[in-house]
Ligand binder design. Structure first.
Ligand code: CDP
Length: 211
C-alpha cells in the first residue's frame, strides 16, 4: 500500500490557513483535520463541566477523553472558544493527549492535510509538504472581525486585541510554540485574496513534492 501523503499547514489566527487547507485537501484528494477544533473542544468542555482551564492535570485528563462527536459542538467557532483553546493548548498534558489522535488521522490512506500551530514542527515533522501561512495582524483582525460580526456586534479593537494576545501566548509557550519549521515554505497572504493564496499554496506544495 502506498505511504499516506501528509501536508502540514501552520500559522496564526485568521492567516487563511483553514480555507487554504480545505481547498488543498480537495485538490489532492486528502482528508482534512482542523486541529484547532480539538483544542477549542477541550476548552468548551472544560467550561461546561466546571473544569479550571488553568489546571494542567484536569484539562489534560479531559482532553484524553475527547470523543469525535465533541468536534461537532456548535460553539467551537466563538471568540470564547478561541481564547480558551489557547489557554488549554499551553499545557503539555493537553498537547500530549491530542497527539496520538492527530497522528492516527494523518496516517490513514490516502493521507491528510492538517492545519494548526505545531503540525510541521511536532505532530508531523516528516510531512511531505509544509506551509507556514501568515499575514499582518491588522489584516488578520479585519478578516476575523468580518466573520464574527455576522452573528453579533463586536468591536474591531476587541478582535485585534484578542488576536495579538493569542499570537503572543501561542508563540511564547514552552511546549510546541507556534513557529515556522525550518523546511516550511512561507506564504504571506496579507495582500492576497483567497484564490491567489490557494494558487500560491499549490505552487509551493508542488515544488516540495518535486513536481
Ligand atoms: O482559527 P484560528 O486560527 O483562530 O484558531 P484555531 O486554529 O482554531 O486554534 C485555536 C487555538 O488552539 C490557537 O490559538 C492555539 O492556541 C491552539 N492550537 C494549538 O496550540 N495547536 C494547534 N495545532 C492548533 C491550535
Amino acid at each position: 500500500m502506498s505511504v499516506p501523503l501528509t501536508i502540514a499547514v501552520d500559522g496564526p489566527a485568521a492567516s487563511g490557513k483553514g480555507t487554504i487547507s480545505r481547498r488543498i485537501a480537495v485538490r489532492y484528494g486528502l482528508r482534512h483535520l482542523d486541529t484547532g477544533l480539538l483544542y477549542r473542544a477541550v476548552a468548551m468542555l472544560c467550561a461546561a463541566e466546571g473544569i479550571d482551564t488553568t489546571d494542567a492535570e484536569a484539562s489534560g485528563a479531559r482532553a484524553a477523553m475527547l470523543h469525535p462527536s465533541d468536534l461537532e459542538r456548535g460553539d467551537l467557532r466563538s471568540a470564547e472558544a478561541g481564547r480558551g483553546a489557547s489557554v488549554v493548548a499551553a499545557h503539555g498534558t493537553v498537547r500530549e493527549a491530542l497527539l496520538g489522535w492527530q497522528r492516527a488521522f494523518a496516517d490513514r490512506a490516502p493521507g491528510a492535510v492538517l492545519d494548526g500551530r505545531d503540525i510541521g514542527t511536532v505532530v508531523l515533522p516528516q510531512a511531505r509538504a509544509k506551509l507556514f501561512v501568515t499575514a499582518d495582524p491588522d489584516v488578520r483582525a479585519a478578516r476575523r472581525w468580518r466573520e464574527l460580526s455576522k452573528d453579533r456586534d463586536i468591536p474591531y479593537r476587541d478582535v485585534l486585541r484578542d488576536i495579538e494576545e493569542r499570537d503572543a501566548r501561542d508563540a511564547g509557550r514552552a511546549d510546541a510554540p507556534m513557529t515556522r519549521a525550518g523546511d516550511a515554505a512561507l506564504l504571506d497572504t496579507t495582500e492576497m485574496g483567497i484564490e491567489a493564496a490557494v494558487d500560491e499554496a499549490v505552487r509551493l506544495i508542488e515544488r516540495q513534492l518535486g513536481r
